[in-house]
Design a protein around this ligand. Structure first.
Ligand SMILES: *[C@@H]1O[C@H](CO)[C@@H](O)[C@H](O)[C@H]1NC(C)=O
Ligand SMILES: *[C@@H]1O[C@H](CO)[C@@H](O)[C@H](O)[C@H]1NC(C)=O
Ligand SMILES: *[C@@H]1O[C@H](CO)[C@@H](O)[C@H](O)[C@H]1NC(C)=O
Length: 216
């Protein structure tokens, strides 16, 4: 009896060890996702319609820098929205599946009342998700996510599971929010600066290492 108990105990210890190793290694932003090819043709820069791209956007050493003033014009002459300078990712609009945006963002002190990343497309709303900055706090719409966001790089991962109707937000690899999506038939990712309420006169964000991933 002693021997078989010992073998059984050993078996469970090994099983437990394997399970904890698996749990440690299971990064939900990596597991099962494939990074899709992206090049400059996938990045359309939306900016005040009366200005050249170089007046509100630069791409130097792999860093996209986007800025806008609260007094700027919208991105098209017919638009009634507030000013924006945003990267609109094209080529990967989706209506089903599990998709993910990854990017390293930076928001300088003073930029406030602004959307820095959005998941476009919803039913009865414009967006499925907006990550904004108000007075140094990174928010999901108006819900605080991270209190101290100014002047540092952070990694943002947003997962949208269309079938489950859910969005997941990770900051620096840590799950910070799970929320229902807002329906809608077609979606895409954007990042940059898009003025919201109580916007500062000047708004800026930087982005690097942008990836679009999909669960295959
Ligand atoms: C970008 O990728 C697309 C296919 O995904 C390809 O057709 C195009 O030639 C590429 N453009 C550049 C500038 O590499
Ligand atoms: C941002 O700038 C203001 C005004 O210069 C300063 O008072 C504040 O401490 C700064 N905040 C951070 C997080 O650096
Ligand atoms: C940000 O701070 C300013 C000045 O203290 C304040 O007027 C404004 O209401 C704050 N905005 C938000 C969204 O808390």
């Amino acid at each position: 009896m002693g021997y078989s108990c010992f073998v059984l105990a050993l078996f469970y210890i090994v099983l437990l060890h394997l399970c904890t190793q698996r749990a440690k290694g299971a990064d939900p932003t990596a597991a099962g996702f494939t990074s899709l090819p992206l090049n400059s043709s996938n990045f359309v820069i939306q900016r005040p319609y009366d200005l050249p791209q170089s007046a509100r956007y630069s791409f130097i050493n792999g860093v996209h820098r986007l800025w806008v003033y609260s007094t700027d014009k919208p991105h098209s002459p017919t638009s009634k929205t507030k000013p924006r300078t945003e990267i609109r990712i094209v080529g990967y609009d989706y209506s089903s599946g599990v998709w993910q945006f990854e990017g390293h963002g930076f928001v300088p002190n003073g930029t406030t009342g602004v959307c820095v990343m959005q998941l476009f497309g919803a039913y009865g709303h414009a967006t499925t998700l907006m990550m904004r900055v108000y007075n140094g706090t990174l928010t999901y719409y108006r819900t605080p996510i991270i209190l101290d966001i100014y002047d540092r790089w952070f990694r943002l991962n947003v997962i949208h599971d269309v079938g489950a109707g859910e969005v997941w937000v990770f900051i620096d690899g840590v799950l910070k929010l799970k929320a229902p999506d807002h329906g809608g038939a077609s979606h895409y990712f954007k990042c940059g600066v898009y003025a919201q309420d109580k916007d500062s006169n000047y708004m800026e964000s930087h982005w690097k290492g942008i990836k679009v991933l999909k669960k295959m």
